[in-house]
Design a protein around this ligand. Sequence first.
Ligand code: ZN
Length: 476
Amino acid sequence: MKIQKLNFFAVFFTICSLFIVGCQSSEGIENPKTRSKTKNLKNSQAQTKVSQARNILLFIGDGMGDAHITLARLMEKKKLFLDSFPVLGKLETFSLSNVVTDSAASATAMATGWKTLNGVLGMAPGKGKKLVPVQSLMEWLRGKGYSVGVVTTTRITHATPAAFLSHVERRYWEKKVARQYLKSGAQLFFGGGKKYFNKSLLRDFQKNGYRLVFSEKDLMKLHTFEKVLALFSRSHIPFELERSKEPSLLEMTKKAVELLEKGKRPFFLMVEGGRIDHGAHIHDAASVWRQLVGFDRAVGWAKDWAAKREDTLVVVTADHATGGLAVSKNFRPQYLKSIRHSAEELAKRVQRGEEAEALLRKLGYIQKLTKREKQWLKLASLQKNGYLLAKTIGHILSRRAGVYFYPLEYGSFKGFQRPEHSGVDVSLYAFGPGEHLFGKTMLNSKLPIYLAKALGEEFHPQMKTRKRKQHEKTGD
Ligand SMILES: [Zn+2]
């Protein structure tokens, strides 16, 4: 509404001003009134100019459902930066496989405009249901001269960034994703996941003009516009509760934007808070909160940065919600605040030989395990599965803080390969030129179309096959 009103006034003033300016030039009269009207014309022209974005900063909180956001806000006892965004919309997240999407299908939809099957990256079923590569908005903009890049707290080859710059049938083919990045033409890759880049691949990146960076210190030394592959950890960047030498998402975002700004070209950067999802998978409310706050800090900085320029659209959203998280009446924020280790770290210590109950008592998290908790831990340790153990510990501690997740039995002891996400809509926040395009409920696959629109571009999701193009021409 607000935007429509603004546009109406802009048009109204433009017409008035044109009329008056017309009179002025024909009569050669200049008075203070006409001068102020001329100023109005200039203002309205400026307004038209900034209504189109030059750059896009897209933030994706992996697994960041509304309940996760509420939890973080309650823990912080204040509004989050994303709460200050003027436009709020919603994305429908279902995939072609299931009402519950995974990150691969959801990120593919947001990156390319195509709904696809769970587990598939940058591809969608074409004729005969055969998977066909589909172009992402990022790749399309790259071809038009934009600088593009991805920043994440997960392995850089993980599902969300990979959907923007690679095309593989299985999300776990991360070596293949790494190889495809080489030819993507992207300017920046910041994240974890060194293990998928062997020496020869790293050499190839260097040959293709990429500077290689492996530490925060070296990242901070970068000040010129150049291609960068920055890998800060072997796998994912550690959870906030354990992160020490690796840069924060805020630091990576700041540096990425600083470098892209120096490039003088318009840019599209995707920044992922990738481990909110991981915290929720292991039912670790403390990690969900701290990862989400780390993500929100990067969002807040980006919004301030964009507010100073008026040519950058900032969109924040999620791929899906994870873990069925709910904040209950028994919520105990002080207890949650006292937890200083991720459930992943605690599980590692148990696997290294420490006894679970003794460890949790030593750290002051419990006095005594209940019968039920003991049973859960027994079942988890019987399976000798680190992930399940972490999830069980996370579940016990979060429950004691009054934060509930899916029942531990669901997707855990019986076939825990099942999706652990939720089939719910996610929120979308927009700020900057084109923000008004996003204040509604839309399919996540519509996102790239609207992002392009905000740039004044028309993006038509297309499959990368000749067959498909002919098929489209016939209007079939
Ligand atoms: Zn997940």
